[in-house]
Design a protein around this ligand. Structure first.
Ligand SMILES: [Zn+2]
Length: 198
């Protein structure tokens, strides 16, 4: 692929924070932080439009905040916990219906049932699935800006983490939810055309 500038960063409004970029910007995804779900959704839609891709919901895992572990933002030294993890995959991803139908097909003993299932399976084959492995991950986090530490002080961080845990993460004052999105690069897509990012 000869993408001139495949960096997705140019597609975002200026105010978004790039949390992390990997060294090879043509081959790896980028991580962005958004303050609201609306901003997150808009950014995803922009990427979908610019790259002619579409992501579909795969699964969401909500964390139990009473058991969460405090993590630290490496750039700002602000503590946070992860509230939920959501995964989306490319619409040309794995054909999960096909696997399901095949399994179901094997369970049927009668020939009539079998034929019915086989017909259904043929319909599914004409779907958009191409086994593309590109996916998009969203972590919803709860940050505690009041507990920012000024220096890289391990002991201070440990103390702060312990304090937050004792207070209870959902009871900490001035906490803020935000969304960290790991976008795939267009090179993560395979088996189908993608748009050129100009
Ligand atoms: Zn794809």
């Amino acid at each position: 692929m000869e993408g001139k500038d495949s960096s997705l960063s140019t597609q975002f409004p200026k105010k978004q924070t790039v949390v992390e970029t990997t060294s090879d910007k043509n081959n790896a995804g980028q991580i962005f932080k958004f303050n609201t779900l609306q901003e997150t959704t808009t950014a995803i839609q922009n990427v979908e439009m610019d790259t002619l891709t579409k992501f579909i919901f795969l699964r969401r895992k909500k964390n139990d905040l009473t058991k969460s572990k405090v993590q630290w933002d490496a750039q700002e030294n602000i503590p946070f916990v992860v509230k939920s993890f959501t995964k989306y995959e490319c619409q040309h991803g794995k054909d999960r219906n096909k696997t399901k139908n095949l399994k179901r097909q094997n369970q049927f003993k009668g020939p009539a049932d079998h034929m019915y299932e086989a017909k259904k399976y043929l319909c599914v084959q004409g779907s958009k699935k191409m086994n593309c492995t590109a996916c998009l991950n969203i972590r919803e986090i709860l940050t505690f800006p009041d507990y920012k530490v000024k220096t890289e002080d391990k002991w201070k961080k440990q103390k702060t983490s312990q304090h937050l845990k004792t207070v209870g993460f959902s009871s900490v004052k001035n906490s803020a939810s935000c969304f960290i999105v790991l976008f795939p690069s267009i090179h993560d897509h395979s088996g189908h055309p993608v748009g050129e990012v100009k």
